[in-house]
Design a protein. Structure first.
Length: 94
């Protein structure tokens, strides 16, 4: 356990994911949320031992999971560039 690099420890990934989630709250816009999801899921995979991830492969798993999370977030919360929110009713008008 002591010979493992720091990125092979599950709690480091979960802590990094929580830090990135807090950073997302401070700078909203789905910038850090994909990375936070990828880090937490990587930590869960390392903690449960679902896949034997060792060494630098944890970084590869994190990169792939972050990309999948980012694409999923973009697909579910995307408004589109050609869609503009038009407000036709002013709440101050009686």
């Amino acid at each position: 356990m002591l010979d493992d690099p720091l990125w092979a420890t599950w709690w480091v990934w979960v802590a990094a994911g929580l830090a990135l989630a807090i950073l997302e709250v401070l700078a909203p816009g789905y910038i850090f949320l994909g990375f936070a999801i990828g880090a937490v899921v990587t930590g869960v995979i390392l903690a449960t031992g679902l896949f034997p991830v060792t060494g630098g492969w944890a970084l590869v798993v994190f990169a792939v999971l972050s990309l999948v999370a980012y694409i999923g977030l973009r697909a579910t919360s995307k408004r589109g560039h050609d869609q503009v929110k038009v407000i036709r009713h002013d709440i101050n008008d009686n």
